[in-house]
Design a protein around this ligand. Structure first.
Ligand SMILES: [Zn+2]
Length: 304
């Protein structure tokens, strides 16, 4: 729980952490004052914009600054373009978090949780998140991964905020961890990133410090292993066309997909069968070798 940074303090943090930023004119006093509280703040929420954006600055200055017909701006405090540039859009109360789960808020306040958060309340029945969270709108659809530059900037921006308030990485959550009706930030349609992996990466960035070499993310540069972490045994994976061609009658392959569980089980089964087959062959070869030695000796004895 903390008093929000002032606009000047926020800029100072961006500078301290070496973030490349652009100030959208008027951002420092652009907010939803009079429509609810701003502060005390408890954390930072990551969002995707839900659409891929060509001109990051124009998008920040129009849609994010002004808002939508049914949702007045600002729609965030920060936005991150595909090249990692941070846009300052508004300061104060902003329309980004909406309603969320009070149990999640309690966990973020206490920083006493681990793993992915699964909210049971959302926009229609949740508590006001706009009073409690800073928000960043990362400019991508969420139907694919954000760029490596966006991910690096989002980590550094998170670290800058945590550093100011003395918070841990547990004060950084995804919108889909706050509202039950959201799934951002996504990596594939409808699926939120593995936020524990994101938090581990933010923790590393924070620990390295503003002057530190940005540590390699756990995800290896992008956000793909977050996807692997989020994969469950019942998820479907696409199989190669050759597999279908090899077993055309296999009904399980008809839709070109198998579950992770099937893939692992099948891999184990085939590996074990191959191992046992090789053992049997080894014995046969050894027997044959002995027979050849015997035969050669017999022939030699006869010739002598
Ligand atoms: Zn969102």
């Amino acid at each position: 729980m903390a008093t929000p940074m002032t606009a000047a303090q926020a800029v100072a943090q961006l500078k301290k952490w070496g973030l490349r930023y652009v100030e959208i004119p008027g951002w420092a006093t652009h907010n939803r004052e009079g429509h609810g509280a701003w502060g005390p703040v408890n954390g930072f929420i990551w969002h995707h914009t839900g659409a891929d954006v060509k001109d990051g600055r124009a998008y920040a200055a129009s849609t994010l600054y002004n808002g939508l017909s049914d949702l007045p701006g600002p729609l965030c405090h920060f936005s991150i373009g595909t090249d990692g540039t941070v846009y300052l859009v508004g300061w104060g109360r902003a329309n980004h978090a909406g309603g969320g789960d009070p149990a999640v808020l309690a966990h973020v306040q206490a920083e006493d949780y681990s793993g992915q958060l699964h909210p049971t309340r959302g926009n229609s029945n949740g508590v006001d998140g706009n009073a409690h969270f800073y928000g960043v709108e990362i400019q991508y659809s969420g139907g694919h991964e954000m760029t490596a530059a966006q991910y690096a900037a989002a980590r550094r921006l998170s670290a800058a905020i945590l550093d100011f308030h003395g918070w841990s990485e547990r004060s950084v959550i995804g919108h889909g961890e706050w509202s039950s009706d959201k799934w951002d930030p996504g990596y594939t349609p409808g699926k939120i990133m593995a936020m524990p992996t994101v938090r581990a990466d933010v923790k590393a960035t924070l620990a390295a410090g503003p002057g530190g070499t940005p540590s390699q993310p756990n995800t290896g540069g992008g956000t793909s292993p977050s996807k692997a972490t989020a994969m469950t045994l019942s998820d479907a994976v696409v199989v190669g066309a050759w597999l279908k061609a090899q077993w055309p009658d296999d009904k399980g392959l008809a839709d070109g997909k198998i579950t992770v569980n099937t893939a692992i089980g099948s891999t184990y089964g085939h590996a074990r069968a191959a191992h046992e087959g090789v053992d049997a062959l080894r014995k046969e070869v050894a027997d044959l070798r002995a027979a050849v030695v015997k035969l050669t000796a017999a022939v030699a004895a006869k010739g002598a």
